[in-house]
Write a new protein. Structure first.
Length: 275
């Protein structure tokens, strides 16, 4: 019998993403068509709809029902104690915006805004530790903090133990020791694979990135998903009612910035490492 290892997330590592949508069923149809997701509704009858999306049976993201809020993608950061960490973040200048408490057996969530007004969420895992497939086509790839105040990252770094490093082609957020955790749990060949593509050693502990803020946008956490073919994904997006806002290419990726039919923005990213 094959043993399936469960991916876990240490304190301070982004662990889950979901989107709040005015019409969750329509969102399922769009994202199912774009990424091949299948869905399991986990919310109780009569309450706001929440469904977990999967690729090949592995949880990758969530789609929930927006209540008087615009559609958007959310990033959750894993914590050991959501109450204690939210108190630390509040004392450091953050603002708790919603504290729904325990979410059934799945875990505990807290929503906050950082001192720049950027929304993010904490996740204290119960039976649901977070995304179980990442970096494969159709799954979550990365979350980036888009800001025009790079110093604001200190708010997170002080509480979560993040290391911030300018690599010359972007500012990387690292959680020291995370690569060791992955190697010891679900990814024993991570070092070999990084060496094969010539990834900088800092990428081993990479958990996020700081990106320049786009004109006329407020600072925000932005979500990227891996795809096998950027252009084919962009075609599906437009055929299903979404909009491709921009495309870009560099030595590592080919990307498309996408707005879904209800207004949530994300990036589809095809990994294209140097030969």
């Amino acid at each position: 019998m094959t043993t399936i290892l469960q991916r876990t997330y240490p304190q301070g590592v982004p662990s889950w993403v979901d989107t709040d949508q005015q019409d969750p069923q329509a969102a399922q149809e769009f994202y199912g068509g774009v990424f091949g997701w299948t869905f399991t509704t986990v919310s109780p009858p009569g309450g706001p709809v929440y469904a977990i999306a999967a690729v090949d049976g592995h949880d990758v993201a969530g789609i929930g029902q927006a209540l008087n809020a615009p559609s958007a993608w959310n990033t959750y950061i894993a914590v050991d104690d959501a109450t204690a960490t939210a108190a630390q973040l509040s004392a450091a200048g953050g603002q708790i915006t919603e504290d729904p408490g325990q979410v059934g057996p799945f875990g505990r969530a807290v929503s906050l805004r950082d001192p720049s007004g950027v929304p993010f969420r904490l996740w204290q895992a119960g039976t649901h530790p977070g995304a179980q497939l990442v970096n494969d086509p159709g799954s979550w790839n990365f979350s980036d903090l888009h800001t025009d105040e790079p110093g604001s990252i200190a708010f997170y770094a002080d509480v979560f133990g993040w290391a911030v490093q300018d690599l010359g082609f972007g500012t990387l957020i690292r959680r020291p020791g995370y690569g060791d955790h992955l190697e010891a749990t679900v990814d024993p060949t991570i070092r070999e694979r990084h060496a094969e593509v010539g990834a900088p050693p800092e990428f081993l502990d990479a958990i996020a990135r700081v990106a320049p803020l786009e004109p006329r946008l407020a600072p925000h956490w932005h979500v990227s998903f891996s795809v096998a073919d950027r252009d084919a994904t962009a075609e599906r997006v437009e055929r299903l009612g979404g909009e491709v806002l921009a495309t870009d290419e560099n030595q590592w990726t080919r990307t498309a910035l996408v707005r879904d039919p209800q207004g949530a923005v994300f990036t589809a990213s095809q990994f294209t490492p140097p030969a």
